[in-house]
Design a protein around this ligand. Sequence first.
Ligand SMILES: Nc1ncnc2c1ncn2[C@@H]1O[C@H](COP(=O)(O)OP(=O)(O)OP(=O)(O)O)[C@@H](O)[C@H]1O
Length: 300
Amino acid sequence: MRVIECSNLTKTFFTKKALNKLSFSIEENKITGLIGRNGAGKTTLLKIIAGFIKETSGEIKVFSEKPFNNLNNSAHVIYVDDHMSFPSTIPLLELLKVAESFYPNWNRDLAMRLFEYFSFDPKTYHHRLSKGKTSTFNMIIGLASRCSLTIFDEPTTGMDESVRKDFYKALLKDYIAYPRSIILSSHHLSEIEDLLEDVLLIKDGKTYLQMPISELKEYAFALQGNNGEVFKLTSDKEVIFKNHIASNVTYVIVKNDGSKNLLQQARHAGVEISPVPLSDLCVYLTNETNGGIEDVFNEN
Ligand SMILES: Nc1ncnc2c1ncn2[C@@H]1O[C@H](COP(=O)(O)OP(=O)(O)OP(=O)(O)O)[C@@H](O)[C@H]1O
């Protein structure tokens, strides 16, 4: 079953097109990574899916309904980010009880275990938490709600490394026990790639690619070696990124077109072939900067 279907989704803020005819769908019970550079439109998309803001044009269906202000969806869809707001007069433990009354699949046991594991003071207030603790508390709400569609928008903001690792472990354990549709937006693809089943990469408010993570791992590879040899091997390939790392050494990332004998030819020519880390690949695929940061410091 498709949990989200959207076609030609567009969102305009004044003159800025945050989403520009974006189309994709998400099947149920998968963890999808939403990846894109700063300003690509991730938060805008997630807020439309959660029903917080309305699209300008195009079609979007979440659980077969239009999401904006949709009460049917609100108990089954949760959007977690570091701006979640809670009443300032209700202590943390009471907030868990309020959440329990709202989300039908809420798991009190999980919420309490996480609350105690992360050493929250039951009597303190949400607005008094540090940045990392705020994200940790919000994450508890997101996990314990066990919503059929759980959206985490940059959920680890401010968390230290050990808490981030704990969060990803908790997310995976709970997902395996209670499969649901999860969208995880993060700038740290390397941290989350082992969790993901699918990747939706967006650029300038449009879908750039959507595929299983296993396919993305095969999407491209890198060659490094003598300029002329690398050029010969890649002249008929789609080049994603190229860098001269020394006067006669070139590093090139090319799209994998499935040709079998390239490996042999490269070995024969003394050119090294290596896989491309997914986080690097997504950066190169969606690069918007002119040249590299080194150019800023070049006087000529
Ligand atoms: N309320 C708003 N008013 C005007 N412009 C907005 C508004 N919200 C978002 N935008 C613009 O829409 C574009 C997409 O923003 P969005 O926050 O969705 O990107 P993002 O991919 O989540 O970025 P980041 O990774 O930096 O958080 C940006 O150019 C942003 O400035």
